[in-house]
Design a protein around this ligand. Structure first.
Ligand code: AVJ
Length: 319
């Protein structure tokens, strides 16, 4: 069995307060983390199989083709810290090339992670594994069992796109300082970033023909009904997903199809027809704009790998 450290409670009062504040704001907003209950995580896995959703597939090809070069740039024997590890599959694919000394998968979805890590430990008995259940977007301080040598933070999938650019900068700085906590700061960051491309390709990736992304987005309301004991009627809402050119981001919204009142034990929110709940941003960067962000966060020696169409980019940067 792998070691496991749990630093989050699955359901807390503080989550509800943040949620209610967002829902009752003039522009109703929810954090994208609420998209990932058990069904949401499965719907996201289905999204990754869609012909329109290119990021996962494109990133996997980049890792497949350049893993050896990446290992050369990074060095062996790292402490591999996997942010939002989920089923740990992306990192596990890199084990043969990267040969980490310790693997530290971190995820907010504690039970899912526990199962994944235990399975992986059986497959790779020689790698020291420490699973950590925590919300790393709140606080990146790591438990004592995590080695301080050669920390390599792994943040694939373009999840960095969920942060507003200013918050992305703060988060990258936290990663940088977590790398520096050791005596030898020669691990760094290995990160996947989705790139700006033709609007029609971006639009289709977030509003697919099968409606899987629509289901993923609408499922948020089922999750809220459960978390808050609210009474959202899913038939009265529709999915919107599109690229906002000016802000260089995908926006996902849920749009009310009728005037309605949503109630939960200590609150209420009135929505007019056409009014929207903003559920996610997914920022798209250019190679240069992302390198600038890394540099501003204090990283150096950036190496980048892309696919032939330059739709997606993987970066390694030293702390
Ligand atoms: C998991 C945040 C990278 O932004 O592309 C997929 C989530 N949302 N389809 C993304 C998502 C709608 C995804 N990330």
């Amino acid at each position: 069995m792998a070691q496991f450290i749990q630093l989050v409670e699955q359901r807390t009062q503080c989550i509800d307060d943040e949620l209610v504040a967002g829902l009752t704001a003039t522009q109703a907003t929810t954090s994208p983390k609420y998209l990932y209950d058990a069904l949401g995580s499965k719907l996201f896995e289905a999204i990754c199989e869609l012909p329109e959703y290119y990021p996962t597939r494109t990133e996997a090809k980049i890792f497949g083709k350049h893993a050896q070069e990446m290992a050369q740039a990074i060095g062996l024997g790292t402490t591999l810290i996997d942010l939002g590890a989920g089923n740990c599959a992306k990192a596990a694919n890199l084990f043969p090339c990267l040969q980490p000394a310790q693997y530290v998968p971190i995820d907010i979805s504690v039970e899912f992670l526990r199962d994944s890590v235990n399975k992986l430990q059986q497959q790779f008995p020689d790698i020291d594994m420490v699973g950590v259940g925590m919300d790393f977007s709140v606080d990146l301080r790591l438990p004592k069992n995590v080695r301080s040598e050669k920390r390599l933070f792994f943040y694939p999938g373009s999840s960095i796109g969920n942060f507003m650019p200013d918050d992305a900068l703060v988060f990258l700085r936290q990663i940088k300082s977590a790398c520096m906590q050791g005596d030898v700061a020669d691990g760094g960051l290995l990160i996947g970033v989705d790139l700006v491309k033709e609007n029609s390709i971006l639009d289709a990736a977030y509003d697919d023909v099968l409606g899987v992304t629509a289901s993923f987005n609408l499922n948020l309301l089922l999750h809220l009904n459960r978390l808050l004991d609210a009474d959202f009627d899913l038939r009265e809402w529709r999915h919107r997903g599109f690229f906002n050119d000016k802000l260089s981001r995908i926006e996902m919204h849920l749009e009310a199809l009728s005037d309605q009142t949503v109630r939960w034990p200590n609150g209420v929110r009135r929505f007019e027809r056409g009014e929207r709940i903003h559920t996610e941003n997914s920022y798209k960067y250019t190679r240069q704009s992302f390198i600038s962000l890394l540099t501003e966060a204090g990283f150096e020696n950036v190496t980048t790998w892309t696919d032939p169409q330059q739709w997606f980019m993987v970066c390694h940067a030293r702390a």
